[in-house]
Write a protein of this length. Structure first.
Length: 486
């Protein structure tokens, strides 16, 4: 170890860390230090990589002291940038595992999941340490960096998923757009996710690992005529998470900024330039850094339902619903995804069902962007929702029925697979009509209104309330995006 330097550490300022230098023929260096409370979001440990290195290995550990009740303990994330630098935009990005792994390696022909294979070129690399939370005692860490000399090897060209699968033409397709594998903090392999997706009745999935695109090339042989695999990323910042959905394979989206830095718009536009959608994830989640604070001006859709239905989702649904009265201009469609990481979390609970012209990346994203979709707890639940007015005018989910303000409009919902559930029609005034479904769970509901009375109508299918005396509704079985009236 030699010298000390100042390194820009993301949005929160600068921090000094010692550099790692392999002197005297050493092949391993150990660095110890302590990050104080209030450390920057990201601090950089420089590693001077000499020529002729075949493999770079890193392991780390940190103390987890007891803390008082209500106080955050220590949690330390890790990743790496190569000799091309740590500048925002990620030109030198080589991988991220967050807090999911205690060690990783990189070489030309292979790398730990979450990291990118490639030559270990000579120059100054940087380990990025992310003190997610720091205990009052500080965060004492130990980092071990090892190198192995030898021929570099050959980096395989990644094989990315195709842009289409065999569809059914214009039809309703089921997907789960927020999933995690062993390439970030999930426990399932891509093969296990693909099998679970098929078992859940899905037509498409989106790979969305935290802060890395390393999984984009990990699906070879797992897609098929029955399963479209989209590529993306869960961009996990300190002030909210966003799913980059369906981006060009190989697209990396940087995450090292907060809402106060006024940089999100730049990266959101980059997601769209890469052909993807910008989808804020679990916007009312209570985990540290999970609550969405960037606003929704750049959103193409919003993940209202995340995993099994919880109070967080109820708040997200109500917050989204409150925006729909402005639907005469731009509105943001709602989505749902499982965010499944491991058993017993279920892939496809919930799933977004989208009306698309075919089972292709472009058609699926077009349908999601337009809001031609509903969210269901499983493939057992299917909905058909529409509005009809005079002279044969009609509109489906995500559409607008253009009739006079006082023209009668009839909305109808058909449901299958929801035994014991209740239908609710929700408008800009709130819930204006309810109806119980038959015991079989297959049935319909109909209601007549006017555009003057209801600016939009959307449908919910609810399970019985767990505690009826509280007046709170039951968990969702399904809900639709709105039909706008007038």
């Amino acid at each position: 170890m030699l010298g000390r330097r100042e390194f820009v550490a993301g949005a929160a300022g600068a921090f000094a860390l010692p550099g790692v230098v392999f002197t005297g023929g050493r092949s391993e260096v150990v660095v110890r230090g302590t990050l104080p409370p209030g450390s920057p979001d990201y601090v950089y440990l420089p590693v001077e990589v000499p020529p002729g290195v075949r493999e770079l290995r890193v392991s780390y550990a940190y103390d987890r002291p007891a803390v008082p009740a209500g106080t955050q303990g220590n949690a330390l994330d890790i990743g790496i940038f190569d000799e091309r630098g740590t500048g925002l935009g990620g030109r030198g990005f080589r991988g991220w595992s967050g807090g999911a792994r205690s060690e990783f390696f990189l070489r030309a022909d292979a790398a730990t999941p979450g990291y990118l294979p490639g030559p270990v070129r000579a120059g100054t690399w940087h380990l990025v340490l992310g003190p997610y939370t720091v205990a009052p005692q500080g965060l004492a860490y130990t980092v071990t960096v090892g190198i192995e000399h030898g021929p570099a090897g050959v980096t395989p060209r990644p094989v990315y998923p195709p842009q289409r699968a065999r569809g059914r033409g214009r039809a309703w397709y089921r997907g789960d757009c927020h999933l995690h594998s062993v390439y970030s903090d999930g426990r399932r392999t891509p093969a296990e996710i693909a099998a679970a997706a098929r078992a859940a009745g899905l037509d498409f999935i989106n790979t969305s690992e935290h802060n890395t695109h390393a999984a984009h090339g990990a699906w070879e042989g797992l897609w098929g005529e029955d399963l479209l695999v989209l590529t993306g990323e869960e961009v996990t910042t300190r002030t909210g998470h966003v799913v980059a959905l369906g981006t060009d394979p190989g697209t990396f989206v940087d995450w090292r900024y907060r809402a106060r830095d006024n940089r999100f718009g730049h990266y959101a536009r980059g997601i769209r330039r890469a052909g993807g959608l910008v989808v804020p994830a679990h916007p009312h989640a209570t985990c540290v850094g999970c609550f969405w604070r960037f606003g929704f001006a750049e959103a193409d859709a919003v993940e209202v339902w995340n995993g099994p239905w919880t109070p967080d989702d109820e708040v997200a649904l109500a917050d989204w619903d409150a925006t729909l009265s402005a639907g005469r201009g731009r509105w943001i469609p709602a989505m749902g995804s499982s965010d499944a990481h491991r058993e017993p979390q279920r892939v496809g609970e919930p799933q977004t069902v989208v009306l698309a012209d075919d089972l292709t990346r472009e058609a699926v994203l077009d349908g999601l962007r337009a809001g031609r979709s509903y969210v269901a707890e499983s493939s057992a639940v299917s909905l058909a929702f529409s509005a009809a007015g005079g002279r044969g005018a009609h509109a489906g989910i995500g559409g607008r029925l253009r009739v006079a303000p006082d023209a009668p409009v009839t909305v109808r919902l058909e449901v299958t697979g929801a035994p014991g559930c209740t239908v609710r029609f929700v408008t800009d005034q709130g819930v204006l009509h309810t109806a119980a479904l038959p015991a079989s769970g297959t049935g319909g509901a109909e209601w007549t209104t006017t555009p003057a009375y209801a600016a939009y109508v959307r449908a919910e299918v609810r399970h019985p309330a767990a505690a009826p005396a509280t007046g709170l509704p039951g968990a969702l079985a399904a809900f639709t995006n709105p039909v706008f009236l007038g």
